[in-house]
Design a protein around this ligand. Structure first.
Ligand code: URA
Length: 269
């Protein structure tokens, strides 16, 4: 076998350096800060018509969310919703190195909806959420609680983020109509949010996960009035780094399990 040329070895070393620094995708020659909204330049002169957006510019968050809501509403089953997500072109993450959309896995008739942050590298390759190391730990926790067969797992965004960074609130807002439609179609008895990014997006709070975890709230959709009890807990990826926090998650899971078994009396019932 020929030894790699010096140039090839240098290129491989450079790629390894970038990968270790968290750069796992190349999608533009120049970096683009997509968290900054660039307003169209105001037209000069007497013209009174201003373009809604510069030609070729990506849709605004609001425009993309409107399109997402329109597409999501056409889905009458969770399978159709997965197809609608795959067809949706308005999420900026699509063009940031993701291989495919990653919508959901699990029981489409289950009583438990689980919402994570977003797919990682392993999920991006396999097209299913929570199949990497953290997902495997989550499966073990759910199995131990007897809840795995009840679970339908999805995320706040459906494309992997570059370098596995936290999705921005804008990316989550664009994907939210699909997540809300999933809630409306599944009608779970309870929802578990795993990790700070999911908790902040769904509970619409800036509070940290240590403050929000373990508390029941109501997730109510404004459009059709569908609602479900929702609780946040720590992310399994955090547990891989801090195994001593597993007790807190187990406490939350037992609470969740009691609610799913109907052992919790709703106020006013
Ligand atoms: N982490 C998440 O939040 N979601 C996944 O699908 C995988 C890892």
């Amino acid at each position: 076998m020929n030894a790699p040329s010096l140039d090839m070895a240098a290129a491989e070393a450079l790629f390894a350096f970038w990968r270790d620094a968290g750069v796992d995708a190349c999608f533009e020659a120049e970096p683009v800060d997509r968290t900054v909204f660039v307003a169209p330049v105001a037209a000069k002169g007497p013209a009174t018509i201003t373009p809604l957006r510069a030609p070729g510019a990506p849709p605004s968050v609001d425009e993309a969310a409107v399109e997402a809501r329109r597409l999501a509403a056409t889905a009458t089953t969770l399978d159709e919703l997965a197809e609608a997500v795959a067809a949706f072109e308005g999420c900026p993450l699509r063009a940031m190195g993701a291989r495919q959309s990653v919508f959901a896995r699990g029981n489409p008739q289950g009583s438990l909806m689980i919402v994570g942050e977003g797919p990682g590298a392993e999920e991006d390759v396999r097209g299913q959420p929570f199949v990497g190391q953290a997902g495997q730990l989550l499966d073990r926790i759910l199995t131990a609680a007897g809840l795995l067969d009840e679970a339908f797992l999805t995320n706040t965004v459906f494309w992997k983020t570059p370098g596995n960074r936290t999705p921005t609130p804008q990316e989550q807002a664009v994907c939210a109509p699909f997540l809300e439609r999933a809630l409306a179609l599944l009608k779970p008895k309870a929802v578990l949010l795993v990790g700070a990014a999911a908790a902040k997006a769904v509970l619409k709070t800036d509070d940290g996960i240590m403050r929000t975890r373990g508390q029941w709230r109501e997730w109510r959709l404004s459009e059709d009035g569908i609602a479900a009890p929702v609780m946040a807990t720590l992310h399994p990826a955090f547990l891989l780094r801090q195994p001593q926090a597993k007790g807190l998650v187990w406490k939350d899971i037992l609470d969740l399990s009691a609610r799913l078994r109907g052992e919790v009396v709703e106020p006013g019932a």
